[in-house]
Design a protein around this ligand. Sequence first.
Ligand code: ADP
Length: 278
Amino acid sequence: MAIAIEGLDFHYGAGKQTVPVLDDINTSLNDNQITAIIGQTGSGKSTFVQQLNALLLPSNGEVNVNGMIITNKTKEKELGPVRAHVGMVFQFPEAQLFAPTVLEDVMYGPLNFGKTKEEAEAAAKKALQQVGLSEDYLEQSPFNLSGGQMRRVALAGVLAMDPETMVFDEPAAGLDPQGQKELLDLIRALKEAGKTIVMISHQMEQVLALADRVIVMKDGKIAADETTEELFSRPRWWFADQHLDLPESIVFQRALMVKGIRHFDHWAKNVAELADMI
Ligand code: ADP
């Protein structure tokens, strides 16, 4: 088990100004699985994932990252190994690109974590290869690339640290359909390469297509924590209750799934396309 969370409460602020956000979260993330975190805006998803690499510390309870226990007493200087274990890819990560070349940008993380220049360069080249960018890009400015390519460079920057777990906040947001598909394929490939993946998503198609397991958050609590099959076997009214949108294509895929026909690998855009597959 990569990460276990026990009795986690979290509030922003201090004293009388506190805003309670997470309430008694108990769960664990399985190694080498893709866990999707879903729930309406404001339900606590971003706050929750920031506990996984100690960007935020619990107010109560603990987060256990590969044997390293994080509580509200944990000191900043103890957090290096946690940050090395859990890589965080924020929304629109390309906004944080800064270096004059792709290679330098991706080397920045490993260099900062004490790698030599040679080691950092090797790690960066490997990461760029993993995200599907050839050597031709190494000396280019990241700012001349397409949106999808920039996002890959940003992702390579996290991957170059070789974290066992990677956390994505809306990884495909803002990309065109082709860019979205490529990015989701990449996440699937990272899982196949042995990574543990946590992914916040608003898109049920993505969840159905990628996730092994889903954690549903509502008002700072876990409303469901189960396999993707179990989740999508729930009745429609349950999703409405969580304020979760079920697009028509999903309703159709669910019907197929309940009948035991899984099309998780198919990126079907509409019902007609799915109907052709039966
Ligand atoms: P989600 O990712 O599901 O949209 P968030 O974790 O971003 O939810 O937010 C959960 C709640 O915490 C919201 O009510 C939000 O207003 C509040 N919140 C988020 N960040 C802060 C902050 N820095 N200070 C105070 N409240 C915050």
